[in-house]
Structure formats: C-alpha cells, structure tokens
Design a protein around this ligand. Structure first.
Ligand code: FE
Length: 191
C-alpha cells in the first residue's frame, strides 16, 4: 500500500496535479494539530458544564464549533451520551465516515470490513474484543455514520473525578471511548 501511494503521489506530482508541499501541510495538520485530543476537550467540557452538555445534546455542531473545532467532515455533528441504560457505538458500514475535526483520521480497524459488518451484527462481541464488558442490562445502540452526519460518543464520566479540572478530565478520554469501542479511563490507571 505504501508503494502504491508513493507511486500515485509521484505520478500526480509529475503531471502537476498536486503540490507535495501542500500534501505535507495537510498530513501534518491531521497528525499533529487535529486529533482525538480535540474530542477529549469537548467531552471534558460536557462533563464539567451541564449547560454545555445540554447544548451539545441539542446542537452538537454549534457547541463543538464554540470550542474552535470545525472543518471538513465535521459540518453536521451529533453527540450521543452513554449512561447506565444505553451504550452508543459508531460505525460507517458503507466506508469510513468519521468526525475529523474532533477525532482526527480514523484508525485502520474502523475502516476494515470486519469491524464495519460485525459492529452492527454483533456489537457486544466486538466490544468484548476491545476489552469492554457491559452489564447485560445495558442496551447497545449502533450509529451508522453517513456523508452528512458524524457522531461523537460522550462516554460516562468515571467515578471519583468530582471537582477535577477540565484538563485532568480530558486526560481520561480516549479516542476509542469517543467511538464507543472503549470506556473512559479510570482515575489512576496508566495513560
Ligand atoms: Fe463512510
């Protein structure tokens, strides 16, 4: 795959269709500036500020934009909140739609055919493979992303974090917990 990408890049550059410097800027942007730490800020704010959480539930696109996270593949956001009764999990069964401004680029497994098919057929089995065991009474709802709508899972706030700063809370929020294939880290567990 690496060789194919490099060959394609070389041909497109030679034909003058792309500027390699522009590609470098794009790649750097998504590798270092835009990524799951953005989403973690959104979750930490929602945990800390009930008014923001309400706004996020009503109009996720605007609430997320208020923190400065906007852009391609995040034009229409929906936030879904995990609780004891219901756990949310996100997939794109068709391809790899993903909320770039808050989570960066999707992990390889998110784009894989097995995840895309099994997430809807056997979500509990998929979660078990990610090391997540939910109580049998917790329902699992799977959201299928589209070219229009992108979902951000707001994981449950870990217990024992009362009074924590947003920075400290954000450190507990993993990428997978915002896709729904993981849970937020417990206080004291290794980063
Ligand atoms: Fe897609």
């Amino acid at each position: 795959m690496d060789l194919r990408v490099r060959a394609l890049e070389t041909v497109l550059t030679q034909k003058g269709y792309i500027d390699p410097a522009a590609l470098d800027v794009l790649i750097d942007t998504y590798q270092t500036r835009i990524g799951p730490r953005n989403g973690a800020r959104v979750v930490a704010r929602a945990w800390s500020d009930p008014a923001f959480a309400d706004w996020l539930a009503q109009d996720a696109t605007a609430a997320i934009a208020s923190l400065g996270f906007t852009g391609r593949q995040g034009e229409h956001m929906v936030a879904v909140f995990n609780d004891q009764e219901q756990h949310h999990m996100v997939v794109c069964t068709l391809c790899s739609c993903y909320p770039w401004p808050v989570l960066g680029l999707p992990p390889t497994w998110y784009k894989s055919a097995p995840y895309r098919s099994r997430a809807v057929r056997d979500p509990r089995g998929v979660l078990a493979e990610f090391g997540v065991q939910l109580p049998a009474a917790t329902a699992i709802r799977v959201w299928d992303s589209t070219a229009e709508l992108r979902y951000l899972v707001i994981p449950r706030r870990p217990e024992g974090t009362e009074g924590w700063s947003e920075d400290a809370l954000a450190d507990l929020v993993t990428r997978d917990s915002m896709i729904g294939t993981g849970l937020a880290r417990q206080p004291g567990s290794a980063a």
